[in-house]
Design a protein around this ligand. Structure first.
Ligand SMILES: *Cc1c(COP(=O)(O)O)cnc(C)c1O
Length: 401
């Protein structure tokens, strides 16, 4: 055994200093080195130099006026779990060095898959990868020839089809932003991708369509977590008939990136078509990523700390916020609202000025913009349980009066 004498690899007062900086509210950013430095300035000085940039220049997602994107604020227990993960640097590829990380992922997968009618799966860095993994399984397990998805599906579906060398067929949407089932042609050799919570409008494709194609994949990157909520689970009824499901945990499960789940109805069949073994590996590498961190541990920590009830309370709270926001916008003259929000996403635009002009007057991070039917719209995503809808609405109200 060699005694560790390089203190850069052991705990010291630096962590305490880092936590103090994390709680600081205002900073004076200094200059970063222009070139790769030859000699280092040391850890504590580096924290002082970087904090004003890293902590001072980011939008805080728990701010009461933040409602722009699908990125949620993260509970502090995940910060700790992420720190533990960084210290251990476990690799899910190697059971010998990551015994608990592997068990943690099994637990999380076992707990969550039943809500979706799935029976297994694994974690990956995002739903982009979960979608590609699912379509790969569909191609190699059952031999699908094309990918069929709506015009409102996420760009990662088209990307996956391109990478996998599959034909991509785009189906128009109806006036609710859902796949227009009447326009579906022969899907007997296809993977039909249905989106549960489209990225722009939060629409849910009819999940009654699951089970009719050779393989059905449900991209539930955004709205999947609603499945845990007794009040909202019904919105995703039918998902249990899918062959595969993707959910981003770094969206509505309040996880730090990179955290997502790819789940299969028949994991044995799916895994056998997406696994490689041999060489230095003691167990096969399943899926696309090779070395992979223990993103299950922050999720496990959140689920134990909050329980399903606590998780659902936060999701339901944001759904109520979206309903309240819609009500307020709907009662105001001079606005067009795209639709009643289904999954916490409200899209609207001013009728008395340009969308961009209103957008520019609002605080950064409050809303986002999108294009629908050749019009520019404002978009709000209820991913922040700490948002103050009265405050947000009054900012908009003041600008268009
Ligand atoms: C966000 C999103 C994705 C991509 O997920 P990442 O986690 O960002 O890779 C895929 N599909 C839908 C519907 C999404 O909203």
């Amino acid at each position: 055994m060699v005694i560790n004498t390089d203190h850069s690899f052991s705990t010291n007062a630096g962590l305490e200093h880092a936590i103090n900086l994390l709680q600081q509210v205002s900073f004076e950013p200094g200059n970063l080195p222009k070139k790769c430095p030859n000699s280092g300035i040391g850890e504590l000085e580096t924290l002082d130099l970087l904090a004003p940039h890293v902590l001072g220049k980011a939008a805080l997602l728990d701010r009461s006026d933040v409602l722009a994107h699908m990125d949620p604020p993260t509970p502090w227990i995940t910060w700790v779990a992420a720190l533990w993960n960084a210290r251990l640097n476990q690799n899910l590829l190697h059971p010998a060095t990551a015994p608990f990380a592997i068990e943690a992922e099994k637990l999380v997968i076992d707990w969550l898959t039943p809500f979706f009618g799935m029976n297994g799966g694994h974690m990956c860095s995002g739903s982009t990868l979960a979608n590609i993994t699912s379509l790969w399984a569909a191609r190699d397990a059952v031999g699908i020839k094309k990918v069929v998805a709506s015009k409102a599906s996420h760009l990662s579906i088209k990307k996956a089809a391109r990478i996998l060398g599959l034909i991509y067929e785009e189906i128009p949407t109806n006036s609710n932003g859902e796949i227009d089932a009447e326009q579906l042609k022969d899907i007997s050799d296809a993977c039909l991708v249905l989106t549960a919570g489209t990225t722009t409008t939060g629409s849910i494709d009819s999940l009654k369509l699951t089970g009719h194609a050779k393989w059905t994949h449900v991209d539930a990157a955004w709205a999947g977590p609603l499945r845990l909520s007794p009040s909202h689970a019904h919105l995703l009824d039918g998902i249990e008939n899918a062959d595969s499901v993707a959910v981003s945990a770094h969206k509505w499960f309040f996880q730090p990136k990179d955290s997502a789940l790819v789940m299969f109805r028949d994991p044995k069949k799916a895994n056998s078509s997406i696994s490689f073994g041999g060489g230095y590996l003691t167990s096969p590498n399943i899926g696309i990523q090779g070395s992979r961190g223990a993103s299950a541990i922050p999720l496990l920590a959140t689920m134990i700390a909050w329980g399903r009830d606590g998780l659902v309370e936060r999701i339901d709270r944001t759904m109520l916020m979206a309903a309240k926001f819609f009500e307020k916008l709907n009662n105001k003259k001079g606005l067009a609202i795209w639709a009643i929000p289904k999954t916490g996403i409200t899209v609207f635009r001013p009728l008395t000025c340009r969308t961009e002009d209103l957008y520019k007057c609002l605080p950064e991070g409050m809303l986002s913009t999108c294009t629908l039917d050749d019009e520019r719209w404002l978009r709000s995503v209820a991913a922040n349980p700490q948002a103050d809808i009265d405050e947000i609405f009054s900012r908009i109200d003041n600008e268009i009066n």
